[in-house]
Write a protein that binds this ligand. Structure first.
Ligand SMILES: *[C@@H]1O[C@H](CO)[C@@H](O)[C@H](O)[C@H]1NC(C)=O
Ligand SMILES: *[C@@H]1O[C@H](CO)[C@@H](O)[C@H](O)[C@H]1NC(C)=O
Ligand SMILES: *[C@@H]1O[C@H](CO)[C@@H](O)[C@H](O)[C@H]1NC(C)=O
Ligand SMILES: *[C@@H]1O[C@H](CO)[C@@H](O)[C@H](O)[C@H]1NC(C)=O
Ligand SMILES: *[C@@H]1O[C@H](CO)[C@@H](O)[C@H](O)[C@H]1NC(C)=O
Ligand SMILES: *[C@@H]1O[C@H](CO)[C@@H](O)[C@H](O)[C@H]1NC(C)=O
Ligand SMILES: *[C@@H]1O[C@H](CO)[C@@H](O)[C@H](O)[C@H]1NC(C)=O
Ligand SMILES: *[C@@H]1O[C@H](CO)[C@@H](O)[C@H](O)[C@H]1NC(C)=O
Length: 450
């Protein structure tokens, strides 16, 4: 609507610049049009409509599972089968009195309202070459009144909804986009119930988001493979199992599992919790080391629905190394990653059993190479996954603005009932202490060359 006003202003300016002596009747006519447009806008309440969450969802019960202070045995499944009740998370409706697609002006304007983990967005993050002409992206808050979409990065929004931290006016055709990069377990003290009725679209790694952006995909990995962006798989490697890890909280079950595993096979540990050979954020250094190993411990911190991170995609797959995974259930990996490309710890009764399996693969090149057969069996149909910002742009262009949507229960959409979508990983069988990674491997030939 803002754009209609702008367009009309432009028309007026053109007629002035041509010094057309407009008869009074013409002026009055324009005035009437403008007045009716403004009247219409105020009637809709769009300019005066300060944001207030219209819906109050019930508060979800948090399930605090503190006791990760426990032994391995089998990893307890973090996630139960999710219920399918999407209609209760959001509300959709049609408002044909609002703009329709054709009324929108190109390029679409996307305003990023918040910082990104406390920092300004870098334009690199936002690159979307194919859509450069269709959308503009800015972090300039002043432009919010002209925005078609306003993006809020979850981590950088107030823990409880605070109207003064949001744009002061909200135009009804705007999409307010809730953007989450991390999994819910990492942000559990944000009260999302206080945000019900605020956001129109979600943009997360989860596939059921309005703008899904997984942290890796078949599409990307097969493209890398074709462009030779993947390292070769090789059985001639000097190292066996490697792990880069920097969060050293020893009661993370992944540490307990790794410690136990290291009693049976050598594990070379790098990063903040091991040997600090690579400067932080130097991927080249990390990749050079990882690719000399056969297996990578792609252990996620949490078991969250579809939360498969760069540990899997970048550290392991891209480096031609087989990931051994702890994280979401095996079925999630099967849905989103190449077939038979990983080893899930849930398939093994104990770390000891996993260790024997790894030793077997180490001796048997054919069996080991089967974990790379996906490379030569490219699926016929791979859904195209655009970068998330490209997708946001495309969706803005493609969605009729008569289609309205708002999340009334973002809390439950994101976390599930009783936090079923995201849980700390928990180990069964309690024990009292863990000698945290005392079984470091110091004999590996990779280590000796570094
Ligand atoms: C972000 O950019 C704005 C203006 O470009 C600047 O004033 C501000 O200090 C920057 N913030 C951070 C955290 O770098
Ligand atoms: C709400 O946000 C405003 C603007 O960012 C800030 O000044 C104010 O302290 C916040 N209020 C609360 C209760 O956090
Ligand atoms: C992701 O969601 C889309 C759209 O709902 C669906 O068609 C697709 O099958 C989903 N992908 C996976 C791997 O489940
Ligand atoms: C990589 O894996 C494929 C698929 O099994 C196998 O045919 C090929 O020999 C392997 N390459 C190397 C260098 O081991
Ligand atoms: C990253 O590591 C590689 C290999 O160890 C090294 O050659 C390069 O200079 C490093 N880059 C930076 C920016 O530190
Ligand atoms: C969505 O927009 C893109 C880019 O403009 C276009 O190529 C595509 O055909 C559109 N898809 C639909 C379903 O309208
Ligand atoms: C977004 O949600 C708000 C609040 O319910 C609503 O007023 C607005 O029309 C919605 N916009 C779109 C484009 O769905
Ligand atoms: C390292 O090698 C030495 C001598 O070959 C051996 O005694 C020791 O057990 C090895 N340590 C590990 C952790 O494999």
């Amino acid at each position: 609507m803002f754009q209609v006003v702008v367009a009309l202003n432009n028309i007026l300016q053109v007629s002035n610049s041509r010094k057309m002596r407009a008869p009074r009747v013409f002026c009055a006519f324009i005035l009437i049009i403008l007045m009716s447009i403004f009247g219409f806008l105020f009637k809709l309440g769009s300019f005066s409509n300060y944001i207030r969450p219209p819906f109050k969802a019930h508060s979800a019960t948090y399930l605090h599972v503190q006791n990760a202070h426990s032994h391995f045995g089998a990893l307890k499944k973090g996630i139960s089968t999710p219920h399918n009740h999407p209609s209760t998370f959001y509300k959709t409706w049609n408002d044909n009195t609002a703009f329709r697609t054709g009324d929108r002006l190109m390029p679409m304007k996307i305003v990023i309202w918040t910082t990104f983990f406390g920092r300004n967005y870098s334009s690199k993050l936002l690159a979307c070459p194919s859509l450069r002409k269709s959308c503009t992206l800015t972090t300039d808050r002043q432009q919010v009144a002209e925005a078609d979409a306003v993006v809020f990065h979850f981590w950088d929004t107030p823990k409880i909804y605070n109207r003064s931290a949001m744009p002061s006016v909200r135009l009804p055709h705007q999409y307010w986009v809730w953007y989450a990069k991390e999994c819910p377990e990492n942000n559990r003290n944000v009260d999302l119930t206080s945000y019900s009725g605020v956001y129109n679209w979600t943009m997360t790694y989860r596939n059921d988001s309005d703008i899904p952006g997984p942290l890796g995909s078949l599409y990307q990995i097969y493209n890398l493979l074709m462009g030779k962006g993947l390292k070769e798989n090789s059985t001639e490697k000097s190292g066996l199992v490697v792990w880069f890890v920097s969060k050293c909280y020893k009661y993370f079950p992944r540490h307990i599992y790794a410690t136990e595993l290291s009693r049976y096979i050598p594990i070379d540990v790098f990063g903040g919790c091991g040997r600090r050979i690579c400067p932080r954020a130097n991927n080249t250094c990390k990749d050079n080391i990882v690719s000399q190993y056969k297996f990578y411990l792609a252990f996620e911190s949490y078991s969250c629905k579809e939360y498969i991170t760069e540990k899997f995609w970048h550290n392991a797959l891209k480096n031609g190394v087989v990931p051994i995974v702890i994280g979401p259930p095996k079925s999630d990996y099967e849905k989103f990653t190449p077939p038979n490309s990983f080893i899930h710890v849930d398939d093994f009764e104990s770390p000891e059993a996993l260790a024997s399996y790894i030793k077997m693969l180490d001796r048997n090149d054919d069996k080991y190479n089967q974990y790379f057969s996906w490379r030569t069996n490219r699926p016929k149909l791979i859904p195209e996954i655009l970068g998330q910002w490209c997708l946001l742009c495309t969706k803005l262009i493609n969605t009729s603005s008569a289609e309205k949507k708002v999340y009334t229960d973002l809390e439950r959409w994101w976390k599930g009932e009783n936090y079923e979508f995201c849980k700390p990983l928990v180990l069964t069988d309690n024990i009292f202490d863990v000698n945290y990674l005392t079984h470091y491997n110091t004999n590996s030939s990779v280590l000796q060359t570094l």
